[in-house]
Design a protein around this ligand. Structure first.
Ligand SMILES: C[C@](O)(C(=O)O)[C@H](CC(=O)O)C(=O)O
Ligand SMILES: [Mg+2]
Length: 299
């Protein structure tokens, strides 16, 4: 009933334990708190909270318009609805190193298990678009040092994302990844890798977990979980996929409604009321107050 039973500290501790095994952990992107529960119900390892989804959800482009308050608030709503660890996209950290420090504390207080901070200049853009710019090494490292110093729970995973590969090439990404780890990053998110070989090269260069971003219609081929596990990737995200699927289905349903005047033909594609109630755990609320769920639902 209500929110997750696992405390944020416990989620972080368990997440660290799972990461230490070296296995691949699968983190689909939740586009709302409810979809985080679906991700948990289907047996995934964690929930990713995407900046691209957060901004798209507000009808905004992913160019750093969302504020720390909005991101931490939404991340909290999502993270507290699942027993799984949740990682949030903190973009560039919302400002200078002092702002990054505050970002980390807000996100920690919001109950997240981890976050990533990238080395793009502001205004940032989707890592899979052309024309990105990255900050110099000392600025990039300054962000990570500030993040690491600011956390109060040592288990909060501070991941450094580098977008430099698309600007200066793979060797530059490897150099930067090593420096980010030296600055205290617990994990590396090498953005816009083009091949499994590139993931493998980053894997060989650093001694911390690495993340693969399997976003669609971007620069990376869509590798399977097995392919990514085979090259030693530790976390894979499908950041925007569920939103794309849901919006695609919503668009087609609206077309049907226009054409046929009814959604009867779409019923089989819909989440059934009974499944929705199960996901929300009406039964649990009923144990608290037996008048909540005293009806039946026909399938
Ligand atoms: C991972 C990402 O940062 C996100 O916000 O989800 C995006 C995803 C996308 O725009 O497809 C990214 O920059 O890769
Ligand atoms: Mg993003």
């Amino acid at each position: 009933m209500l929110y997750s039973e696992t405390t944020p500290a416990e989620k972080r501790r368990l997440f660290r334990e799972r990461l230490a095994t070296g296995e691949l952990l699968r983190f689909p992107g939740a586009f709302n708190p409810l979809s985080a529960r679906l991700i948990e119900q289907k047996g995934f390892d964690g929930v990713y909270i995407s900046g691209a989804v957060l901004s798209a959800d507000l009808g905004l482009p992913d160019i750093g318009l969302t504020t720390l308050t909005e991101v931490a608030g939404r991340a909290k709503q999502i993270a507290r609805m699942t027993e799984l660890p949740a990682i949030v996209d903190a973009d560039t950290g919302f400002g200078e190193p002092m702002n990054v420090a505050r970002t980390v504390q807000e996100i920690e207080d919001a109950g997240l298990a981890g976050l990533h901070i990238e080395d793009q200049v502001n205004p940032k853009r989707c890592g899979h678009l052309d024309g990105k710019q990255v900050v110099d090494t000392s600025t990039a490292l300054g962000r990570i040092r500030a993040a690491v110093d600011a956390r109060r729970d040592a288990n909060l995973l501070i991941m450094a994302r580098t977008d430099i590969a698309a600007v200066d090439g793979l060797d530059a990404a490897i150099d930067r990844a090593k420096q980010l780890v030296d600055a205290g990053a617990d994990a590396i998110f090498p953005e816009a890798m083009r091949s499994l070989e590139e993931f493998a090269a980053v894997r060989d260069a650093v001694d911390v977990p690495i993340l693969a971003n399997m976003t669609e219609f971007g620069k990376s081929e869509l590798f399977t979980s097995q392919q990514l596990a085979d090259v030693g990737v530790n976390i894979v995200i499908w950041p925007v996929s569920l939103l794309r699927i849901a919006m695609g289905a919503a668009g087609r349903a609206l077309d049907t409604l226009n054409d046929e005047g009814s959604l009867t033909r779409k019923l089989g594609e819909m989440q059934h009321r009974a499944d929705l109630y199960e996901l929300i755990d009406y039964e649990g609320y009923n144990r608290f107050d037996t008048s909540v769920f005293n009806f039946t639902i026909d399938r």
